[in-house]
Structures are given as structure tokens and as C-alpha cells.
Design a binder for this molecule. Structure first.
Ligand SMILES: Nc1ncnc2c1ncn2[C@@H]1O[C@H](COP(=O)(O)OP(=O)(O)OP(=O)(O)O)[C@@H](O)[C@H]1O
Length: 440
């Protein structure tokens, strides 16, 4: 081996090791400086082929000129006598230069005539495979424009730790696939459904919520028909906890009474909701955590029929009116299907916050997310069992995202419940009649 060849091999090996170490220890700068420019150029260079393969091109008539008649091949070889002639060519949508994002890249396209964003949403999986990326999502910021967001590898395989919550009734419970925080904000989206198969991460999410809300001036109420095994360890921070049907009925009746009371207070002061009341008389907001919603609707024998009807009506009333009076629902369950009765379907309609963890049956995904994009259903059913806590989330911007909750162990939630036990309002104080004298 000549000296120059040996030197070249040593240099190549050094470059390869440097690139590997750079990518391994500072992935973000490696992506921005080394990988992204090459990716952007290759995406632009291959866009015609990719668009053609994914069925996103349109035939358009173009003037073509040839010096060798018979060699025009865009629609197959044709014999031509004239050197100029109109031929049908496949036109790709115009793509601006892809821009880097934290987990991939983003490109803006101009839609061709007759195309709609849904055409691209349906081709998203084909695009992801063509580019060799984890996922492709599309959105349309304005008519005629489309933004393609790609994620190179699943950012949800590892998410960091729960940050402290700083705003009232707003908790960052995890991370979206875009890298942005996954926020549950009860003042924007008051009622939530949290569905998923067993071991999919529902309780972990409830733990995250509890840890976020525990230091805030809010009352937490638990309904735990799993005999109290989920919420009893957090009892110190719960103003009330119901673990069997009779308790649930009583507690719901109290909540309805509290809501009616708050209605009267608002009416008296001319306020439309508790947030318009002077802080001195504003009642404490209440977050109701329900575990295994289906248990509230299941009938063991006919004697429970009236209780179930009462429970169902009370939950529905809270769903309909609770937002204005500071009573919010967070309902978890393995199945939230119409087979549980019309009460569940009506309650579901009131819960605009939707979270669907891994599910076993397509029906639960359909019930939880069915009125969103059908692509959300496909994504929900593709969540692997190895990543508990991953869910499809209907977000406040009207879109759906894949997201993963921060891991919050039971003992962390228990510790938070004990630490902030002194902030727990007593149930008697909460349900006591509201003051009538309102300071000016
Ligand atoms: N975001 C997450 N990151 C890492 N591990 C998680 C996450 N969410 C849940 N897990 C783990 O997955 C397992 C199941 O979670 P969890 O108990 O929350 O599921 P579940 O849906 O409530 O199950 P079940 O219905 O049986 O109570 C637990 O061991 C939990 O620690």
C-alpha cells in the first residue's frame, strides 16, 4: 500500500470518527450544520420523482422542442414531425427550500389546481417511506399553501421530566411529537376524555396532572370505582373521594348543588362565569378526576338502574355547565363506547379534550377520536405497547398530535399529594353556601 493511499485512509477514518462523535454527542448542531443541507438538497432534487410516485403530480400541456424528433418521452415515445409541439408533462407542486426543525424539516408547497390538503394527508405514509423518515404530517396555513412537517426519528421514545406548572389550571403533562410541550389547560378546554387499554399510560397521565395541580389553589375530587386503589394514596390532596357507587351518587349530587350555588352567585353579581367575579368571592375551581368511567355506567342488576341514571345525568350536567362555574372533568377509561348507554355518548360530546392511548379495539379509538381526522385513528391503532404514555391528542389548535406524557411514578404523585396537603380545601367549605354580600 502506497503512503498516499495509507494517508488517505487514515484521513477518511478520522473524518468518519469525528462525524460519528459529533452526531453522537451533539446531534442538534450535527443536524443543522452537516446533515440538514444535504437532506434539503436531496429532497429538492428528488421531489419530482417522489411526487410522481406518490400520485401528487398533474398532467399539464407544455411546449416542447426537440432536435431529434421521436425522442420526446414524457408520455412515452412519440413520433413527431414538428420540432415544437404541445406535450402533456407531469407537473410537480412547487416546493420552497425545506427548512430545518428540531426533529426534522419543514417544506412549504404550492398546491396544484384541483388539489386539497387531504390529498397530501392521504399520501403522508407514502411520502414518509420515500424520504425514509419516521412520520410526515401536513397542515395548510392558508388556501393554496401546504406545509409538510417531517420527523426523522420518533421524538417520543424518550421524553424529559415534568416541569413545574406556573399558571392556574394549566399543566404541561408531556411532549408533542413536534417537540412542543403537551399542555392540558382546563380554562381553554374544560373537559377531557382519557382513553386507552390497560397498561397504556392513563394513570401515569392522571399522576402528571395531579402533580401539576397539587401546588395550585384548586380543589381536586376523585371518583375511583376500582375500589379506591388508584386515588386513595393521593387522598391527602383530594377534597373528596368516592370509591363505591352510593358515594359517587352523593358526591355528584354535592357537585351539582355546588354548581347551582355558583350559578346563583354569578347571577347576583351580573357575572357570566366565576372568572368575572371579584377575586375575594371567586369560588375555588374544582377538577374532577374520574378513573374507569365505564364502571359508573355498568349495571350489575336492575336495582342500580336509577342510580346509574342519576350519575349519568349529573355528569352530563357538569359537562354542559361546569366550565362557567369552574368545575372541570377529566374522565379516564379503557372503553368509552356507545354500548355503555346514551349518557356516555352525550358526555363524550361535551368533552372537547380527547386523549387516546394505545387501544385494543378500533371501536374505542373511533369513539374517542372518531370525529377528528381518520388519520388520527390509524395513528392511535399503531401505538406500540413498548411505549406506554404515547397517545393521540386533540389539541387546542384544532389539530391532532402524537404525544407522550412525562413519566410520573406513583410515589412521586403521592409525595406531591402529601407535600401540598395543606392546600386541600375541605369539602364542607366547598359545598357551603356562597357568600351573598359581594364587595364592590
Ligand atoms: N410516559 C411514560 N413513560 C414511561 N413509562 C410509562 C409512561 N406512562 C406509563 N408508563 C408505565 O407504563 C405502565 C402502565 O402505566 P399506567 O399504570 O399508567 O397504565 P394504565 O393505562 O393506567 O393501566 P391500567 O388501566 O391497568 O391501570 C406503568 O408501569 C408506567 O410506569
Amino acid at each position: 500500500m502506497s503512503d498516499s493511499l495509507r494517508l488517505a485512509l487514515i484521513v477518511l477514518a478520522c473524518v468518519a470518527v469525528t462525524l460519528w462523535a459529533w452526531r453522537r454527542f451533539h446531534r442538534r448542531s450535527f443536524w443543522l450544520i452537516a446533515a440538514y443541507p444535504l437532506t434539503a438538497l436531496s429532497v429538492r432534487a428528488t421531489w419530482r420523482k417522489v411526487a410522481l410516485g406518490c400520485g401528487l403530480t398533474k398532467k399539464r400541456a407544455r411546449w416542447a422542442f426537440t432536435l431529434t424528433p421521436g425522442a420526446l418521452v414524457s408520455t412515452g415515445t412519440v413520433k413527431v414531425r414538428r420540432r415544437f409541439r404541445r406535450v402533456a408533462v407531469d407537473t410537480k407542486p412547487w416546493m420552497w427550500l425545506p427548512m430545518p426543525t428540531r426533529h426534522g424539516w419543514r417544506a412549504t408547497l404550492r398546491l396544484l389546481e384541483g388539489q386539497i390538503p387531504d390529498d397530501y394527508a392521504q399520501a403522508a405514509e407514502r411520502l414518509a417511506h420515500s424520504w425514509g423518515v419516521h412520520a410526515v404530517r401536513v397542515s395548510s396555513p392558508r388556501p393554496g399553501r401546504l406545509v409538510i412537517n417531517t420527523t426523522i426519528r420518533d421524538p417520543l421514545v424518550q421524553v424529559d421530566h415534568l416541569p413545574p406548572s406556573t399558571e392556574l389550571l394549566k399543566v404541561t403533562v408531556g411532549r408533542l411529537e413536534t417537540g412542543k410541550p403537551w399542555v392540558i389547560d382546563f380554562r381553554t378546554v374544560p373537559h377531557w376524555i382519557n382513553a386507552g387499554a390497560t397498561q397504556s399510560g392513563k394513570s401515569n397521565l392522571a399522576n402528571a396532572l395531579l402533580v401539576g395541580l397539587a401546588p395550585q389553589p384548586v380543589a381536586l375530587v376523585g371518583f375511583d370505582l376500582k375500589g379506591g386503589v388508584e386515588f386513595t394514596p393521593y387522598a391527602a390532596r383530594l377534597s373528596a373521594l368516592a370509591t363505591e357507587r352510593a358515594e359517587c351518587t352523593r358526591l355528584l349530587a354535592d357537585l351539582i348543588g355546588m354548581m347551582i350555588d355558583r350559578m346563583g352567585l354569578c347571577r347576583m353579581t351580573g357575572a357570566r362565569n366565576i372568572w368575572q367575579l371579584p377575586p375575594a368571592v371567586r369560588p375555588v375551581p374544582v377538577v374532577v378526576l374520574v378513573d374507569e368511567l365505564a364502571e359508573l355506567y355498568l349495571m350489575a342488576d336492575k336495582s342500580e338502574k336509577d342510580d346509574i341514571a342519576r350519575t349519568s345525568t349529573a355528569l352530563l350536567r357538569i359537562g354542559q355547565l361546569g366550565r362557567a362555574f369552574g368545575i372541570y372533568l377529566f374522565c379516564s377509561g379503557q372503553r368509552i363506547g356507545s354500548d355503555l348507554g346514551p349518557g356516555v355518548t352525550a358526555l363524550r360530546a361535551q368533552c372537547s379534550g380527547r386523549i387516546c392511548h394505545r387501544v385494543n379495539d378500533p371501536e374505542t379509538a373511533t369513539m374517542t377520536l372518531g370525529d377528528l381526522d381518520p388519520a388520527a385513528l390509524v395513528s392511535a391503532r399503531a401505538i406500540p405497547a413498548e411505549t406506554p404514555g404515547v397517545a393521540i391528542v386533540a389539541s387546542q389548535d384544532g389539530q391532532w398530535y402524537r404525544a407522550r406524557s412525562f413519566y410520573v411514578a406513583e410515589n412521586t404523585a403521592e409525595h406531591a399529594a402529601k407535600t401540598y396537603a395543606h392546600l386541600t380545601p375541605s369539602w364542607d367549605d366547598l359545598t357551603a353556601a356562597q357568600p351573598v354580600d359581594v364587595p364592590a
